[in-house]
Design a protein around this ligand. Structure first.
Ligand SMILES: Cc1ncc(COP(=O)(O)O)c(C=O)c1O
Length: 394
């Protein structure tokens, strides 16, 4: 038996996919999150980034990161519990708690570790986790690693969630976990109803506001602000890898829970603290979100412009209030052809195919940034028209 035989088999499959021009991963993009990027020496309009407010390239944010590197060095070179906690990390945790309306917050080095490390620290054998079927992989992994019983309810389906809650032992600790904004389809969790069910069945709630933070709510505070539910949810998590323009994540909760996570969550304890410049970057992003509300307005305008434009061209666009616009294609091959065709025409998009979505429900995930100009969006729409017609999608 050869341990690496599966690698050879897998790589051979990837080679076939590449030969069919259906491989759209690991593309080299410099810089990655500007409205126009360079890929293979070619200029492309970027419709695939999660840099929703354009803050990764905001002068104030860049300046804050540079200043922190000069003062604190490039890395903390330790885990948070040993020598990796700086004044910037502590300040960021206080700022995030204020921004999200929680008592306290703890910062992890990635969003993935945040979800995984929060779920595994809080749940144990005998507990029940109720998880939306479309939750992000970091939540799925946390559920797998916890020793709790995991019940997966149908996507955003409150009947399915209630059925599962009613099957749980009354005495069992229950945690309902949901993405706030679902990353592939841009759907928004029905938090008000989840909250009523949680109250009825005495369950706690964890929401992953990765894509909502900075993009939802009147002032960009995320899904809780959107539903006017600040303070009503037990665990409010998020990542720095979208609007907050860096890498890392956080869990906001009561002081009691956050203090516990700081000393009991294994990904927090046994992995290096994020570089201090990450904390400075995220704090600068929070400041800009508060000081420049016009960026959120611009994001909404751009999203509406693109959504309406795609609909007018005849594309099937699923309804969404987020900057993630799902364009339904259906067939995986067509989704790949549209992606390849647009790539040739200088437009970067991401195809989403099985198993990320059910078979036959392939889509194009168009994501919008505030920093895209109307000209860039119009050029992208013209290319969608050209390639969409050629492939007889519209
Ligand atoms: C909903 C959601 N949760 C968690 C994560 C993981 O975050 P990160 O990429 O910052 O590790 C992502 C990122 O893809 C996400 O979309």
């Amino acid at each position: 038996m050869d341990l690496f035989a599966k690698c050879r088999k897998f790589n051979a499959q990837v080679k076939v996919v590449k030969s069919l021009n259906q491989f759209f991963y690991l593309r080299e993009i410099d810089p990655p999150a500007t409205p126009t990027v360079t890929m293979g020496g070619k200029k492309m309009i970027m419709l695939g980034s999660n840099n929703y407010l354009g803050l990764a390239n905001h002068p104030k944010v860049i300046e804050a990161a540079i200043k922190a590197v000069k003062k604190f060095g490039t890395g903390a070179c330790s885990s948070r519990i040993l020598t990796g906690t700086t004044s910037l990390h502590n300040k960021l945790e206080r700022e995030l708690a204020r921004f999200k309306g929680t008592e306290d917050a703890v910062v992890f080095s990635t969003g993935f570790m945040t979800m995984m490390g929060t779920i595994t620290a809080l749940t144990e054998e005998g507990d029940v986790i109720l998880s939306d079927e479309f939750n992000h992989a970091s939540i799925v992994e946390g559920c797998r690693l916890s020793r709790a019983q995991v019940k997966v309810y149908k996507h955003n389906d409150m009947k399915s969630l209630e059925e599962m809650l009613s099957e749980c032992k009354r005495s069992a600790n229950k945690l309902i976990v949901t993405d706030g904004v679902f990353s592939m389809k841009g759907s928004v969790a029905n938090l008000p109803e989840i909250k009523s069910l949680a109250d009825k069945y005495k369950a706690k709630i964890m929401v992953d506001d990765a894509h909502g933070t900075g993009a939802l709510g009147a002032t960009g505070r995320g899904i809780l602000e959107h539903f006017d539910m600040e303070g009503a949810i037990d665990l409010v998590c998020g990542t720095f890898s979208k609007t907050l323009s860096s890498a890392g994540g956080f869990t906001g909760a009561s002081s009691e829970v956050v203090s516990f996570l700081r000393l009991q969550s294994r990904p927090f304890i046994f992995s290096a603290s994020s570089p201090p410049s990450v904390a400075a970057t995220v704090m600068a992003c929070l400041e800009v979100i508060e000081e420049e509300p016009e960026l959120l307005e611009r994001l909404h305008k751009n999203t509406e412009f693109m959504k309406q434009g795609l609909k007018d061209l005849g594309f099937e666009v699923e309804e969404t209030i987020t900057p993630i616009i799902p364009v339904l294609i259906g067939n995986d091959r067509k989704a790949f052809k549209l992606t390849g065709g647009l790539e040739k025409e200088g437009v970067f998009i991401n195809p989403v195919v099985y198993p990320a979505v059910p078979k036959g429900s392939a889509l194009i995930r168009v994501s919008i940034m505030a920093s895209l100009s109307t000209d860039e969006l119009q050029t992208a729409l013209d290319k969608f028209k050209l390639v969409g017609k050629k492939l007889r999608i519209i």
